[in-house]
Design a protein. Structure first.
Length: 388
């Protein structure tokens, strides 16, 4: 390979330069400190694990498996995976490494790696930050998680103008069971819902059992009142469907009470990660951004793969996405070389204030530090800061 190409990075991978890195690191610290105040305990997970731990062979793990880079362990000969999502790792911790009775709350921040970008103009190596709650199947746990997600975005100045989308996979899933649909029909319906293809949906559902209900689910996906007016009594009386509808309605009411100025939307056929989630789903969108700022949902039973099935809900976000468009001005103070005690005391005092101070080396002068913004000079026997 020519030396001119050795510095090139793979598609979807990029360096982060000082001005933006400082924003991201401040964001990470502030976010984790905030989550700590809400009772979420920080955990670190390994970058690589045996592939069986990172993605199961079940249908719910297939998307994650496709997103996971795989390598052979030179020590054991077994297949390893580079984590593409930290949620399964935290579920492993909850199941085996740190099992607790009752509710457990964890948070994390770290780089994950995807075989392909997960959205338009996105990185393949997001800096994922998230929170997970294990051990409660009550709707209060979902409400808490949505509230924590919104509060976190508020802490990092991202809440203005955002839109919260809420959905519940239980509505579609219970209707599929009621109608006894095949997997192929279920996948076709899911695709039609995702594409919002109402004419095709009307044609496809015309001959289905509960076809009018499947059509109503897509036609009135964003209006719970109209949806209930157009569903059959058989569907509305189904316990599983009713439970999902009540959970969604309750969540809307609870979030509106906590965030009265928030724009909340409903989409009962938003079926992203349909086989992964088991209940409420939520995502926050900002104006002029296609990808969500943060997203999550309920995924009960994720620990079953590790021998301990527990109710669970959580959310995650990409700190690179949250920091997009933001850079910080890094102030660097240059101090002259020397071991004068007053000079060293002045440098030490400035550093204790959190300021960045570098001393010149050898025969260097100010030009050797092109990114310097200030310098330390002695005036009337006192060391003072002067802007360059």
């Amino acid at each position: 390979m020519p030396i001119s190409e050795t510095w090139l990075l793979p598609d979807g991978v990029a360096d982060v330069l000082p001005e933006r890195a400082q924003v991201i690191e401040t964001l990470r610290r502030d976010a984790l400190n905030f989550l700590a105040t809400r009772g979420y305990q920080l955990v670190y997970t390994p970058f690589i694990e045996y592939i069986e731990s990172l993605s199961s062979l079940s249908e719910s793990g297939q998307d994650l498996d496709l997103a996971t880079f795989k390598v052979i362990d030179q020590l054991s000969g077994r297949l390893l995976g580079v984590r593409a999502d930290m949620t399964p790792q935290v579920a492993r911790i909850d199941a085996h490494v740190h099992p607790v009775d009752g509710v457990a709350r964890y948070c994390y921040a770290g780089t994950v790696l995807h075989t392909r970008p997960q959205g338009f103009n996105t990185t393949r190596a997001p800096l994922q930050l998230g929170a997970e709650l294990f051990g409660s199947e009550h709707i209060d746990a979902d409400v808490e998680m949505v509230d924590v997600m919104l509060s976190l975005l508020q802490q990092v100045d991202w809440l203005e103008g955002v839109h919260l989308d809420l959905g519940h996979v239980g509505l579609f899933r219970s209707l599929v069971r009621l109608a006894g649909l095949t997997k192929l029909t279920e996948r076709t319906l899911s695709d039609l819902y995702q594409r919002k293809a109402l004419p095709e949906l009307a044609e496809f559902t015309a001959e289905l059992e509960y076809g009018s209900d499947f059509y109503a689910l897509g036609r009135y996906a964003s209006d719970l009142h109209a949806l209930q007016q157009n569903l059959s009594a058989r569907t509305l009386e189904n316990p599983e469907f009713k439970q999902a509808l009540d959970a969604l309605t309750t969540t809307v009411t609870e979030i509106q009470a906590r965030w009265p100025a928030l724009n909340i939307g409903i989409d009962v056929v938003e079926l992203r990660s349909y086989h992964y989630h088991t209940g409420l789903m939520y995502a926050v969108y900002a104006p002029n951004r296609a990808a969500p700022l943060a997203l999550g949902g309920r995924y009960d039973g994720i620990g079953e793969h590790f021998g301990r099935s527990r109710p669970a809900t959580g959310f995650s976000c990409d700190l690179y996405a949250l920091s997009a468009g933001h850079c910080s001005e890094i102030n660097v103070i240059v101090a002259p070389k020397g071991s004068d005690q007053q000079l060293l005391a002045a440098v030490s005092a400035l550093r204790e204030q959190g300021l960045s101070v570098v001393q010149l080396l050898g025969d260097d002068d100010l030009s050797s530090i092109p990114y310097a913004t200030h310098r330390l000079v002695q005036m009337r026997g006192e060391w003072t800061i002067e802007q360059i």
